[in-house]
Design a protein around this ligand. Structure first.
Ligand SMILES: [Fe+2]
Length: 575
C-alpha cells in the first residue's frame, strides 16, 4: 500500500475545518487511525495496530459512530471529480424543500374548469440527507412528490417524500448510507455503505432506489418510479395527502438488484402494460409485460445487447416494442477510478433501434436497425405505418458529450424505418432545443399528430416555455414562454374530458409547475392545448417554492385507486 496522506474534515457545530493529520502506509495503520478518531484520540505519532477482529471493528465503528461518522469518515476523501462536479447541483430552485401537508391554494388568474377534477402529481429529486462532503447529483436525490388536488374549481397542494427503504433508513440514521452512483470513487461513501451492510444496519435486498423520476398508473396502482429499483405504491387520500404504501414486489419475493424502467407504457385499449429492466450484468436488458389484470408475464431477456448501454425509455406500437441502444454506456468502474461520469459517451459505437414483437416469448425475432447519430433519452411515441414501416418520435441529442449539461442540443426528430428494405428516413421537426415532451395518453402506440415539449434553453429540467408540434403541418403550431427568469418543467397533456372517447387529439390542457427565480414564487399553470398561444386557462399560486423536477401524471378523480378495498399485503409491498 502506497503512503496516503490523511485529512480530517471536522463538521462539528455546523463549522467546517480541514486539517492534515499524517500519512498511513498500511491497512492496519488506517484501521488504528479511524478507531482513534472515533474515540477522540487523534494522535498522529501513534502507529499501534488495535487487536480488533474485522467484524467487531466494523460493528464498533458503525454502531458507536453515528454522531461521529461525518467527522471520522471524511478521513480518506479525495476531492470531487470535475466531471461530477459539473452535474446540476442542489442549488437555486433545485434546492430541497421540507414536506408540506395539504394546503389550500389561491387561483390568481382565470378559473379552474369545474370539470377539471383529479390530481396532478409531479416527481423530482429532493436530497433529504444533503450534507457537506456527501456528493449527490440530481439523479440520485430522494424522490419527492408534489401534488395538486383539483376539485370543483379549488386547488390543494401537498408535498411528501416517497418513503423508500433508502429514505427511511437514512432518515433514521440521520446521515447518508447509500453511495451516489456518480461518486463511486469516493472511498468514504463506499466504506460507509459496506459497513452498514456488514453490521446489519442495511439490507440491500430491500432496494436502493430513490423513486424520484416519474409516476405511472397501471394494474390499478399508482406508483412512483426510478429505473434502478422496483415501483413504490402511492396512495392519495381524500383530503389531498400523499402516502407511500411500500415497495411493490411484483415478482412475489425480494430479489437483489430488482428494478424496472421509470417509463412503462400502457396500451389504453388492451390495458396491458409494457416495461423493461436494465442491468449492469448480462443480459443487460430484459423486456416484460403485465396483462390487463396486472399480472406479470414471462420475462424476455434481450441477448443481442452486449454492453450495459443506458436505456431510459422505450416505445410500443400495436404489434411491437421499440428499444433504442444509444452511444451511452454505463461505466461504474470509470466513476470508481475517478475518470468520468457514470454514463459514458462512446463515439465509436453506432446507435441502433431494436424492434421486437411485443408478445414475444424470446428475443429470436428481434431486428436491429442502425441509425447514425441518433441518441435519445426519451421516446415520445412510436407507431406502425402499414405492415412494414415503424415511425419513432423522439428528441435526438445532437451533442451527446454534454447531454446533461448546459447548452445541450436536442432536436425533435421523426424517424421512419422500413423493416423490409431497412431504409431509414429522418425529419427534424423544430430548430429549438426540446425535451420532456408529452402526448395525449390515449395515443400511446398509435399515430400521433400532436406533441408538446418543454423548450430547453438552460440546464436540463429548466424549461423556458412550451411548444406544440403538429406532425401533419410539419412543425410548431403553438407556443408559450413563461417570461424572464421563469422556468417550468415537463408540459403534461391532460384530456379535457377523459370520458369522451370521440374528442379531438389535442382537446385538453397543458399543465406544469412554473417557478419565478426573481420572486422565488411558484405557480401551477393550466394552458389551453388547442389555442395557438397556449392561452392560460388558470394560474394557481402555490404556497411555497416547488423545486424543478422530472415527470408527472394526472389522474382524473374516478381513476384514483381506492386502496381501502386493497389490503396492503395484497399489494405485496415491503415497507
Ligand atoms: Fe425520463
Amino acid at each position: 500500500m502506497a503512503s496516503t496522506k490523511i485529512y480530517l474534515l471536522d463538521l462539528k457545530d455546523r463549522g467546517l475545518a480541514i486539517s492534515s493529520i499524517g500519512h498511513i502506509q498500511t491497512k492496519a495503520e488506517a484501521k488504528a487511525l479511524i478507531t482513534n478518531i472515533l474515540q477522540g484520540r487523534n494522535n498522529k505519532t501513534k502507529k499501534k495496530t488495535l487487536p480488533l477482529s474485522t467484524s467487531s471493528f466494523f460493528s464498533t465503528l458503525f454502531s458507536k459512530s453515528q454522531k461521529h461518522l461525518h467527522n471520522a469518515f471524511k478521513v480518506i476523501d479525495p476531492p470531487f471529480h470535475s466531471s461530477v462536479d459539473s452535474c446540476p447541483a442542489f442549488g437555486g430552485n433545485f434546492a430541497p424543500v421540507e414536506e408540506l401537508e395539504p394546503t389550500d391554494c389561491e387561483v390568481i388568474m382565470g378559473e379552474l374548469p369545474l370539470t377539471f377534477n383529479g390530481v396532478y402529481i409531479r416527481n423530482g429529486p429532493n436530497d433529504a440527507q444533503n450534507q457537506p462532503g456527501h456528493l449527490l447529483d440530481l439523479f440520485f436525490g430522494d424522490g419527492m412528490l408534489h401534488s395538486l388536488q383539483l376539485s370543483n374549481g379549488h386547488a390543494r397542494y401537498c408535498s411528501r417524500y416517497v418513503k423508500t427503504y433508502k429514505y427511511m433508513i437514512e432518515r433514521d440514521a440521520g446521515s447518508p448510507l447509500f453511495p451516489s452512483a456518480s461518486s463511486l470513487y469516493k472511498i468514504v461513501d463506499l466504506l460507509r455503505f459496506l459497513m452498514a451492510i456488514l453490521t446489519g444496519h442495511l439490507d440491500p435486498m430491500k432496494g436502493s432506489g430513490v423513486a424520484n423520476t416519474s409516476l405511472a398508473f397501471f394494474a390499478n396502482k399508482l406508483v412512483a418510479l426510478c429505473e434502478y429499483d422496483l415501483p413504490y405504491a402511492i396512495n392519495l387520500t381524500e383530503n389531498g395527502d400523499i402516502e407511500t404504501l411500500g415497495r411493490w414486489e411484483f415478482d412475489g419475493k425480494p430479489k437483489l438488484l430488482a428494478n424496472m424502467t421509470a417509463h412503462p407504457k400502457v396500451d389504453s385499449e388492451t390495458k396491458e402494460t409494457f416495461a423493461f429492466r436494465w442491468s449492469l450484468i448480462f443480459p443487460h436488458l430484459t423486456f416484460f409485460r403485465f396483462d390487463e389484470n396486472g399480472i406479470k408475464q414471462k420475462e424476455v431477456p434481450i441477448f443481442s445487447i452486449k454492453q450495459p448501454s443506458f436505456f431510459h425509455d422505450f416505445a410500443i406500437t400495436k404489434r411491437f416494442a421499440i428499444f433504442h441502444e444509444t452511444q451511452l454506456v454505463v461505466s461504474p468502474m470509470k466513476v470508481m477510478m475517478g475518470r468520468g461520469k457514470l454514463v459514458d459517451y462512446q463515439p465509436g459505437k453506432t446507435p441502433r433501434i431494436g424492434v421486437i414483437p411485443r408478445n414475444s416469448l424470446n428475443d429470436s425475432e428481434m431486428k436491429w436497425f442502425e441509425i447514425q447519430g441518433f441518441n435519445t433519452i426519451h421516446i415520445l411515441n412510436a407507431w406502425e405505418n402499414g405492415d412494414d414501416e415503424i415511425v419513432v418520435l423522439a428528441p435526438n441529442i445532437a451533442s451527446f458529450y454534454n447531454a446533461f449539461d448546459e447548452n445541450v442540443e436536442i432536436k425533435l426528430e421523426k424517424v421512419t424505418i422500413n423493416m423490409k428494405t431497412k431504409n431509414v428516413s429522418r425529419n427534424i421537426l423544430s430548430p429549438r432545443n426540446l425535451d420532456f415532451g408529452s402526448i395525449n395518453p390515449c395515443y400511446v402506440g398509435k399515430e400521433t399528430r400532436f406533441t408538446y415539449l418543454g423548450v430547453n434553453t438552460e440546464a436540463s429540467m429548466k424549461m423556458s416555455g412550451v411548444v406544440k408540434i403538429d406532425l401533419k403541418m410539419g412543425g410548431e403550431v403553438g407556443r408559450r414562454f413563461y417570461g424572464l427568469g421563469c422556468f417550468g418543467g415537463e408540459p403534461l397533456f391532460v384530456r379535457r374530458n377523459p370520458e369522451d372517447t370521440m374528442s379531438d387529439e389535442d382537446d385538453g390542457y397543458l399543465v406544469s409547475y412554473v417557478h419565478n427565480e426573481q420572486t422565488n414564487e411558484s405557480k401551477f399553470l393550466v394552458m389551453d392545448a388547442q389555442s395557438p398561444e397556449l392561452d392560460i386557462v388558470a394560474m394557481v399560486k402555490l404556497p411555497r417554492r416547488v423545486p424543478y423536477g422530472f415527470h408527472g401524471l394526472f389522474l382524473a378523480k374516478d381513476q384514483i385507486p381506492n386502496y381501502s378495498i386493497f389490503p396492503v399485503n395484497e399489494l405485496k409491498c415491503n415497507t
